[in-house]
Design a protein around this ligand. Structure first.
Ligand code: SF4
Length: 298
């Protein structure tokens, strides 16, 4: 694992973004650009990142960036990657930086097509678990029990498993990450960069207004998601599944904190009953049985 001293001092996410205080994904974006920059072309579909770049004519991202429609991020990245290949440019990385709405729902067709063709770029989904930019509507990645403005008594469906959908495309590299473990994310991006083809990383990133949490609790709550097993950290490298970081220890159920600890500190889960929490705990435990099987299959 990279030591904190080895992280580049250069900043490509500049001060003065228009992000809300305590925004989780900006921690991830800062690390992503340190891992990949400065030879990066970013593609950003509609979402919070389109806004936090700062209002025109100011800018807070220090690499070239193309804003694009919700559905078109992956196909646009495919085109840029093809143009770079035609020019013989092997140094520049194409990075899609998309929210969960733009990935799990609206953008998944273009993403699937690019994966099937093996187009050469890195796709990061920063998952704040709803359409935050347009006013906190439910997405396919919103978890069971969560309030949004379109699930105001709590969502009844479970979160769509986009990393595993991407793994089913047999792309060379798939990983999950959390903004609470930025060096794990940094290392995964560095590794992703060594592969040709489509690389997919799914970054869990709390959103204080959407999750109804205090602005100084972002990292603590992101960490709880991992510690309770609700958000496992893993990578799938050439088809080989491996838990990473603290998640390696959490195969032992006794070491996972109860999901209730994560649920009770967020206003978005306030309508969940004790029975709902039991349903969610059961779902998490079942997910881990699958991870245990995958970890054994080498
Ligand atoms: S709405 Fe949430 S995800 Fe969007 S900028 Fe604000 S804190 Fe970040």
């Amino acid at each position: 694992m990279t030591s904190i001293r080895e992280i580049p001092r250069e900043e490509y996410l500049l001060p003065g973004t228009a992000a809300c205080p305590g925004c989780g994904f900006t921690i991830g974006l800062r690390m992503a650009l340190k891992a990949l920059g400065p030879k990066v072309i970013m593609v950003v579909p509609a979402g919070c990142t389109s806004i936090i770049q700062s209002p025109y004519p100011y800018v807070s991202i220090g690499v070239p960036l193309l804003n694009i429609a919700f559905a078109a991020a992956a196909s646009t990245a495919s085109g840029i990657a093809a143009a770079l290949e035609y020019k013989g440019d092997k140094e520049t990385t194409v990075l899609v930086w998309a929210g969960d709405g733009g990935t799990a729902d609206i953008g998944i067709q273009a993403l699937s097509g690019a994966a099937e063709r093996g187009d050469d770029f890195i796709y990061v989904c920063y998952d704040n678990e709803a359409y935050m930019n347009t006013g906190i509507q439910r997405s396919g990645a919103t978890p069971f029990g969560a309030w949004t403005t379109t699930t105001w008594t709590g969502k009844r469906e479970f979160k769509k498993d986009v990393p595993m959908i991407m793994a089913a495309h047999r792309i060379p590299y798939v990983a999950t990450a959390s903004i609470a473990y930025p060096i794990d994310f940094y290392d995964k991006l560095k590794k992703a960069k060594t592969y040709r083809g489509l690389k997919y990383l799914h970054l869990h990133a709390p959103c204080p207004p959407g999750w109804k949490i205090p602005t100084d609790k972002t990292v603590e709550i992101a960490k709880l998601a991992v510690e309770t097993g609700l958000w496992p950290l893993y990578e799938i490298e050439n088809g080989e599944f491996r838990l990473t970081g603290i998640s390696k220890m959490l195969l032992d159920k006794k070491r996972r904190k109860p999901v209730e600890q994560y649920i009770k500190v967020q206003g978005r889960f306030s309508s969940m009953t004790d029975d709902d929490i039991k349903i969610l705990q059961k779902w998490v435990d079942e997910q881990w049985e699958t991870y245990a099987q995958l970890a054994k299959t080498k």
